[in-house]
Design a protein around this ligand. Structure first.
Ligand code: KG4
Ligand code: ZN
Length: 401
């Protein structure tokens, strides 16, 4: 079955076509086409994601991404008829809030016959609600146009599955990539760290999630972004702090600030990062940092975050007796955090298998949405039912679904 997947929860507009051979979780997946447009440049001047801009940009970019993903795949197409006026009207109705998208979709329909897609998967939450709606409405419109079932999926579940997935994205000019979900030994603990989430979740089996702990204030990615901003670094701050921290380690720079390790000894699995952010503000105060000081502070910050994440995760591993550890979400792109988890697990928990996403599948992408969609094929709905039922939900939870 060929799955068309759509991701618009934040500032990436992504569309993939993934072929699933077999049933979840034993399928072989082939990434047939993948297109991703990052809006980072657009949001940079605001120092963060600007929701109404993100929404407009998704609406502008979805058709080019769809066309790129489909063109890469060379899927068989069946010729289709010209739309009746009431169908055109219906499409305008589905997409009436998404500026220009209905007209763009109609002109796409004229130049592109119906591709062999068996399922449409779309991120329904969590994320920025206006941004999510664009993807959800677009998925509904395609479902109506092609008469294909559609399923709304949880973005965080996508991150979990991307982490376990043993395939990777093809680089331009490369053969298609295939991958599988290896046989995970349960219970598995997931540490999900992204721009909006920091949570420890216990999985007793595939697709079941129990909350073990979560942040009481900022998410880790958010803390990286805010600390970076205070240090005068551009959005998104995670990669910037990581780059500076690496040069501080290479140069062996002395500690710049003694930063707190919030809640490290709280005895539970909850996190708090706002105190760390405040400590960074005090460490900078009204000084103009030299380049070395900025690098050292970035390193001190990254070290503090990593130590808290490691310590809490180790506690949770002890408490739950988990046999696998799955790290997911955009912050897993951080090489220092990856390395420290690898080192500590190997030496202290040699029997716990660690799953880390391919770095290109760490941050938001639509391949992970195809995996989550495939896992929930049975929840897919035909266009009529989907149009009233599937809703974007910015706060959609993984543990209360
Ligand atoms: O999962 P993701 O792409 O989007 C959300 O679902 O939020 O995560 C984005 C977050 C941002 O806060 C970004 O700064 C952070 O992931 N991030 C990083 C790195 N790359 C991205 N944080 C630390 N180090 C990185 N290398
Ligand atoms: Zn994400």
């Amino acid at each position: 079955m060929n799955i068309l997947s759509i991701e618009t929860s934040c500032d990436e507009t992504a569309v993939s076509v993934v072929e699933a051979l077999g049933d979840f979780p034993h399928a072989k997946y082939e990434i047939l086409g993948n297109a991703l447009h990052s809006q980072i440049e657009l949001h940079r001047e605001y120092g963060g994601v600007f929701p109404s801009l993100a929404k407009r940009e998704h609406a502008l970019t979805l058709i080019p991404m769809l066309e790129k993903a489909l063109t890469d795949t060379k899927l068989p197409q069946t010729e289709h008829h010209t739309l009746f006026p009431e169908q055109i009207e219906k499409l305008h109705e589905i997409l009436y809030r998404e500026e220009g998208l209905a007209d763009n979709l109609l002109s796409f329909y004229e130049r592109y016959n119906t591709p062999a897609i068996g399922l449409i998967a779309v991120t329904a939450g969590p994320g920025l609600e206006p941004a999510l709606w664009v993807g959800v409405n677009f998925a509904k419109a395609l479902s109506y146009l092609w008469n294909v079932p559609v399923v709304g999926v949880n973005h965080m579940e996508g991150h979990v599955l991307a982490s376990v997935f043993d395939g990777r994205l093809p680089v331009p000019g490369e053969e298609r990539q295939t991958g599988e979900l290896p046989a995970v030994v349960f219970p598995a603990l997931s540490l999900l760290i992204s721009g909006g989430h920091t949570e420890l979740v216990l999985m007793k089996d595939w697709l079941t999630y129990e909350l073990v702990g979560q942040t009481r204030d900022d998410a880790v990615g958010e803390a990286f972004d805010k600390a970076a901003r205070m240090m005068g670094l551009p959005y998104p701050g995670g990669p910037e702090i990581s780059r500076l921290a690496r040069s501080a380690r290479e140069a062996n720079l002395p500690q710049y600030a003694k930063l707190p390790h919030p809640m490290i000894d709280s005895g539970d699995a909850d996190f708090s990062f706002s105190g760390l952010k405040t400590a960074v503000r005090y460490a900078i105060a009204d000084k103009t940092l030299t380049d070395d000081e900025r690098c050292a502070l970035a390193r001190d910050f990254e070290d503090a975050v990593t130590e808290v994440l490691l310590s809490k995760t180790k506690n949770a591993l002890d408490e739950t007796g988990a046999r696998s550890l799955i790290l997911g979400g955009g912050v897993t792109a951080n090489t220092h955090i990856r390395k420290k988890f690898e080192q500590h697990l190997e030496s202290e928990y040699p029997d716990v298998h660690l799953y880390l996403p391919d770095p290109k599948l760490s941050t938001d992408n639509s391949v992970m949405i195809a995996l989550a969609g495939h896992a929930h094929t049975r929840d897919a709905m035909l266009p009529q039912e989907a149009s009233n039922t599937i809703k974007a939900d910015g706060n959609r939870s993984l543990t209360e679904q």
